[in-house]
Design a protein around this ligand. Structure first.
Ligand code: ZN
Length: 327
């Protein structure tokens, strides 16, 4: 009798491998298994800053993942941090049913995204981040629901507009401590793309996080080629994410910014993401959503830097950026 080998579903819990892995909501994954990756996006998100626009519908999330899969996508790094409606227990099922690998996040956004009493109640953010990275997100449901409590695979924190306030310094200090304990990569929301060098000074300079464990997000919103170049020279990853958003007028500069970095030899530092943050922005609700990254941004960038470079930005770079040697 011939037995059929198990299907190699992306994101399936794999045997432990030597070397760095990506921590997905279905277990740890070898980097070469990641595939075409949206390196910064959201399936669920809720914030007092975005009233009435919450990403809260599991079926819409499932439909968005199916649309991304149909467009050729294989993996999504989900940057929604602690306390912003992550709905983490939904993620394993969504990953399994869609066949799309999903990485979840721990961390904290800017203070404006939380009720003050919620933040005041977080006595030890570093311990929280470490627990979500190593034990799981949310309450322990026991051995009969092993996938219901996925672990986070990255830490997301945020800077401010051209600077870092007290909350940003506190959360980045906690992120650095959690990085030291776990090796997890730290993804940064840069407010309107600004403050990249302030973040690197704090995280890598003062707090000792290796620059190649830092992903600077939203750089497309502040297309300052000199700052991009300095951040790349420092060794950080640069995420160009959230193209096609109505309130950011810098889309047309994104290909030139990416080309400048490639010309300077930093193709391996560049990540691409969709960063869908509102229900109306999902493709299944008539917005650009996750598929836009592959069916519009990808060919546009290929015109600027060629297919090989864009392929690296979508596969090898995110696999390297988010894989680590977990304890
Ligand atoms: Zn985001």
């Amino acid at each position: 009798m011939v037995t059929t080998p198990p299907a190699t579903t992306p994101g399936r819990r794999t045997e432990p491998t030597a070397g760095p892995t990506l921590r997905t909501v279905l277990g740890d994954l070898a980097p070469e298994q990641l595939g075409v990756c949206d390196a910064h996006d959201h399936l669920f998100l809720a914030s007092p800053q975005l009233p009435g626009q919450e990403l809260a519908d599991p079926e819409a999330a499932a439909a968005e993942l199916r649309a991304f899969r149909a467009a050729g996508g294989a993996a999504v790094i989900q940057w929604t941090p602690h306390g912003m409606g992550r709905r983490a227990t939904e993620l394993p099922r969504l990953a399994r049913e869609s066949g799309v690998t999903v990485v979840a996040a721990t961390g904290l956004h800017q203070a404006a995204h939380y009720a003050p009493e919620f933040l005041a109640g977080l006595a030890d953010p570093a311990a929280l981040f470490v627990a979500e990275l190593t034990e799981g997100i949310g309450p322990d449901r026991g051995a009969d629901a092993p996938h219901a409590r996925p672990r986070a695979g990255m830490i997301k924190v945020a800077g401010g507009f051209h600077g870092l306030d007290r909350h940003a310094r506190r959360t980045m200090t906690a992120a650095a401590e959690a990085h030291r304990a776990t090796g997890a990569t730290i993804g940064i929301h840069l407010e309107l793309g600004t403050g990249a060098l302030d973040v690197l000074d704090l995280l890598c300079g003062a707090l000792g996080v290796p620059p190649h464990r830092v992903v600077l997000g939203h750089l497309n919103r502040s297309p300052d080629a000199a700052v991009h170049r300095m951040a790349a020279e420092a060794g950080a990853y640069l995420a160009f994410d959230g193209p096609s958003r109505a309130h950011h007028a810098t889309d047309w500069r994104l290909p030139d910014a990416v080309a400048a970095l490639c010309d300077a030899g930093f193709t391996d530092r560049i990540l691409l993401g969709g960063d869908t943050t509102t229900a109306g922005a999902r493709s299944v609700n008539g917005g650009p959503g996750m598929p836009y990254l592959l069916h519009r941004l990808r060919p546009r960038l290929e015109l600027a830097v060629g297919t090989d470079a864009v392929e690296r930005m979508l596969r090898a770079n995110p696999a390297r950026a988010f894989a680590t040697n977990w304890p």
